[in-house]
Design a protein around this ligand. Structure first.
Ligand code: FES
Length: 126
């Protein structure tokens, strides 16, 4: 059952049309921090990386111990790669590719984010 939980976040086909899900006003997100939002039965971590002016979204589920915690992780930079460190045991993941940067865990799913009229949108493949 836990494996099924993880697989839900791997479904991503970048060739398909993107559905832009309207999340919330940009002001609702903490500077250089994250929030967890729900889309269907998925928990998505959304990060407002104020230091670089970029936004990122990824699954909230950490593949290490299958905990829904990544939105509470610290964001930072590793040799130019934006990353999130899980608050539980500090496994780090690229916010661009989803790759585990300090281990050999499965990659996490990442999603495109756009800001329009001060609203945050996450792109999902439908
Ligand atoms: S649960 Fe995320 S690093 Fe252990």
């Amino acid at each position: 059952m836990i494996d099924n939980l993880f697989e839900k976040y791997q479904i991503r086909d970048t060739d398909k049309d993107v559905f832009w899900f309207k999340v919330a006003e940009a002001d609702a997100f903490p500077s250089n921090g994250g929030l967890c939002v729900k889309y269907k039965d998925l928990q998505i971590a959304v990060f407002n990386y104020t230091r670089t002016g970029r936004w990122y979204a990824c699954q909230n589920l950490c593949p290490h111990k299958m905990e829904m915690v990544l939105s509470r992780g610290m964001i930072g930079d590793e040799q130019g790669i934006p990353k999130v460190a899980c608050p539980m045991h500090k496994k780090t993941f690229s916010l661009e590719s989803g790759e585990n940067l300090n281990g050999d865990l499965s990659s996490i799913a990442t999603y495109p984010v756009k800001i329009e009229n001060n609203f945050v949108y996450i792109g999902f493949s439908e």
